[in-house]
Design a protein around this ligand. Structure first.
Ligand SMILES: NC(=O)C1=CN([C@@H]2O[C@H](COP(=O)(O)OP(=O)(O)OC[C@H]3O[C@@H](n4cnc5c(N)ncnc54)[C@H](OP(=O)(O)O)[C@@H]3O)[C@@H](O)[C@H]2O)C=CC1
Ligand SMILES: CC(=O)N[C@@H](CCC(=O)OP(=O)(O)O)C(=O)O
Length: 342
């Protein structure tokens, strides 16, 4: 197949480009960029690929829909809300890594992203693609989940789907490395601020709150809101979502362990490690989500530790999972990756 990519100059786009170049079912990756008016060498547009002889073409939806079978948008938020229309109109396959088409109403998007939304009809036409749970087989426009949302939803899924916890008691303390903020420098991601430091940010107004609630509601309609906090930590890649919730009467550690095994034992990218609590380092460089739990019988709270590489499972890797599901390729095609180890 022929794949189009928009956003190769960004962090998620460059990782996605590497994955697509090595994907056994992708013959060619065509790169398009919004800043150029005529074809340019990739080595000039994105100097990190200095030994790659590929050419980048100016962004043009008609060219993409004529030459390619699918387009990936690894673009900043606020971009695909303006660019999605021609693809939706023609039912052309899109995998969108941004948050623009994840929420289902204009009001919700504008409230949480503070940007102009795509029309509600377009939002409704997009399919949210948490790869382990949402079938995108018949979708055309896939809204790839956010990084924090992925780690948090995968950590909560067995508990909420099997009604093992009081959903009003859920508290999430999530931490991310600085690459999650993209390539643009900001005061908080500046080395001097990020290094040797921990910074809580967007308290109670992180844009992934409504996304997580929206997905949890599919599993349990009693979920209405979420206590969710985000912290910037001094690592480059990786997210740890630490989740707390009070278990329902009759639930014990064995019930919890069995629920996670039952949900995840046949999922190639989820490693349930039981009471061994995973670290960020063990997943960085892979498309895996490693999950462990600690149950406290005195407080009757379960703690779930869910870790991912934000650039892979939280962005480009999950986008490839969605590609594989959309086109019927093997679940693991292009995603046989190894962690960096140290
Ligand atoms: N980093 C992460 O861990 C995750 C990121 N995401 C989402 O994925 C998307 C990309 O993230 P990330 O790579 O970190 O962001 P970056 O800021 O690193 O890159 C953004 C990319 O979007 C391009 N872009 C900006 N404006 C336009 C436009 N008007 N038309 C076309 N392209 C445009 C940029 O090109 P240029 O700079 O050349 O203008 C750049 O290639 C974002 O929406 C982000 O929220 C999702 C999950 C995790
Ligand atoms: C560390 C850091 O700043 N992370 C970003 C990651 C979220 C993201 O990529 O947002 P969308 O995909 O929803 O646009 C943040 O917290 O906003």
């Amino acid at each position: 197949m022929q794949a189009a990519l928009v956003g190769v100059t960004g962090y998620a786009g460059m990782i996605l480009y590497q994955l697509l170049k090595n994907h056994p079912n992708v013959e060619q990756v065509h790169i398009y960029d919004h800043k150029i008016s005529k074809n340019a060498p990739l080595s000039e547009v994105a100097p990190i690929f200095k030994n790659d002889s590929s050419v980048v073409a100016p962004y043009d939806p008609t060219t993409i829909m004529g030459a390619d079978d699918v387009v990936f948008f690894a673009t900043s938020s606020g971009v695909t809300s303006q660019l999605s229309a021609p693809y939706l109109e023609k039912h052309f396959p899109v995998i969108d890594l941004s948050g623009d088409m994840r929420l289902k109403t204009e009001q919700a998007y504008e409230k949480w992203y503070h940007k102009h939304s795509a029309p509600t009809a377009a939002l409704q036409a997009a399919t949210y693609g948490l790869a382990e749970f949402d079938s995108v087989k018949d979708a055309t426009y896939v809204a790839n989940p956010g990084c924090y949302a992925t780690a948090t939803l995968l950590g909560l899924a067995p508990l909420v789907q099997k009604h093992l916890i009081n959903v009003k008691s859920i508290i999430v303390d999530a931490k991310s490395g600085t690459s999650g903020a993209g390539k643009k420098l900001s005061a908080s991601t500046h080395f001097t601020e990020a290094n040797d430091n921990l910074q809580i940010y967007k308290p109670n107004h992180h844009q992934h709150i409504p996304e997580i609630v929206q997905e949890l509601q599919k599993w349990d309609s009693n979920v209405t809101t979420l206590q969710f906090m985000t912290t910037l930590i001094p690592v480059t890649r990786g997210i740890m979502s630490t989740i707390y919730a009070q278990v329902n009467p009759g639930v014990d550690e064995q019930t919890l362990l069995a629920a996670f095994h039952d949900t995840y034992d046949d999922q190639p990218f989820i490693n349930f490690t039981g009471t061994d609590l995973p670290t960020i380092k063990q997943v960085v460089g892979t498309n895996n989500c490693d999950i462990g739990i600690a149950y406290n019988p005195e407080t009757r709270f379960v703690m779930v530790d869910s870790v991912i590489d934000n650039m892979l499972k939280g962005a480009a890797g999950q986008a490839v999972q969605n590609l594989n599901a959309l086109f019927g390729f093997s679940k693991t095609a292009g995603l046989n990756l190894q962690p960096a180890l140290i």
